[in-house]
Design a protein around this ligand. Structure first.
Ligand code: UD1
Length: 370
């Protein structure tokens, strides 16, 4: 497989919040490559200003070249709308390769369109596997990897997963975790802002909570159980809880509001604010994928409210612990993990701020990273 030439057109497709911090380091690295034209298509899967524009601003990303404006819908509706609207853009722009990021519906939809048109696909964050087929993201990961020509793995376990599925070694590049590039770049600014201060809190005095997985918020009984845990944790430590739109909708449907003032619900926060709040927390409780990685890098203890993770390196070499969606289990784990920081720099291989550059090296220069 020949690398894109020196006058290559590379087209990135992003759509949802967790894509944007993965795009930024790649966009920066591609902009430093002479003769490379990099186009960015935003599918519009996430469209609220705080889910998209604010994050673009924090990351210093330019306005996307194309916005497909698909918005929300069922999985089939959203995926189909992205495919229908992306196909003419791809035909018209004729890139040498498209890059897709992570595991959201935008990722798989764009990869499928490109593969059918014979356009090469590079998948940033390839090879992660939870083994849990009930997660929409797991379906997206497996299908996207199957469609991809270049597979950019963030960790050794991801490389092993791809090899076990029969992906030829020459397609797999162990480039490291691109999201950590954004973290490394913006952490000094994030810390300096001390965003906990705006909530009247001091560093390490609070618990940061994020929850949005369908498995935690869509079933009212499970959601009640998890919220009860959050309230109980709030009786020991102040809780900051930036609420994802999906979660907000479920809270409204359940007529739920926190009792007292210990649990503070916030609108979704910008990337830099989230990074600062994560870095300054005494404990993070989440079901996000990226937050497991960020806390591991920062040495901040993290409880992931899920039965499994596609990011096992955060369990073996990071600060992450899995906990079931049960009140008592979450509360007990929170007591145990509170303030248990990991000292010293993160030791996870190639989580070092250089991943965007390595990806550009593969895409534009035909470099190999084994
Ligand atoms: C998506 C990803 C998930 C990722 C998450 C991060 C898929 C299958 N899931 O889940 O992997 O962790 O993004 O946020 O792609 N909504 C708004 N405003 C927005 C976006 C969404 O109000 O800007 C609401 C809509 O009611 C929508 C719901 O949130 O129906 C869910 O949005 P959707 O993009 O379908 O999935 P997420 O839950 O955000």
């Amino acid at each position: 497989m020949s690398p894109a030439s020196a006058s290559a057109v590379v087209l990135s497709v992003v759509g949802a919040r967790p894509n944007f911090m993965k795009l930024a380091p790649v966009a920066a690295a591609l902009s430093r490559r002479p003769g490379v034209r990099h186009l960015v298509v935003h599918t519009g899967q996430h469209y609220d200003p705080e889910m998209s524009d604010a994050i673009f601003r924090d990351l210093g990303l330019p306005t996307p070249d194309v916005d497909l404006e698909v918005g929300s819908g069922s999985h089939a509706q959203q995926t189909a709308a992205i495919m229908q609207r992306f196909e003419p853009v791809l035909i018209e722009s004729r890139p040498d390769i498209i890059l897709v990021y992570g595991d959201v519906n935008s990722t798989v939809a764009a990869a499928l369109v490109a593969a059918k048109l014979g356009v090469r696909v590079g998948h940033v964050e390839a090879g992660l596997r939870s083994g849990d087929w009930s997660m929409p993201e797991e379906i997206n990961r497996v299908v996207t990897d199957r469609l991809s020509d270049l597979l950019f793995a963030p960790s050794r376990d991801a490389v092993a997963n791809l090899r076990a599925e029969g992906v030829p070694a020459e397609r797999i590049h162990f480039v490291g975790n691109v999201m950590i590039d954004s973290l490394v770049r913006l952490l000094p600014d994030a810390r300096q802002r001390a965003p906990w201060g705006a909530h009247g809190l001091s560093e390490r005095s609070y618990v940061l909570v994020t929850l949005h997985r369908p498995s935690n918020v869509d079933d009212p009984a499970v959601f009640r159980e998890v919220l009860a845990a959050v309230e109980e944790i709030g009786s020991c430590h102040p809780v900051l809880f930036p609420v994802h739109p999906r979660t907000r909708a479920r809270m409204t449907a359940a007529s739920w509001a926190p009792r007292g003032s210990a649990v503070r619900l916030l609108d979704p926060v910008s990337y830099i604010e989230m990074l600062g709040l994560t870095a300054g927390a005494g404990l993070v409780v989440t079901d996000s994928g990226g937050v497991q990685e960020e806390t591991s890098f920062l040495g901040v203890p993290c409880l992931t409210v899920r039965p499994n993770t596609e990011r096992p390196v955060t369990l073996t070499a990071g600060t992450n612990r899995l906990v079931p969606s049960e009140r008592a289990a979450i509360v007990a784990a929170a007591k145990q993990q509170w303030s248990r920081y990991a000292a010293g720099p993160c030791a996870i291989e190639r989580w070092d701020g250089g991943t965007g550059e390595r990806i550009a090296g593969v895409v534009c220069g035909g470099e190999r990273f084994e």
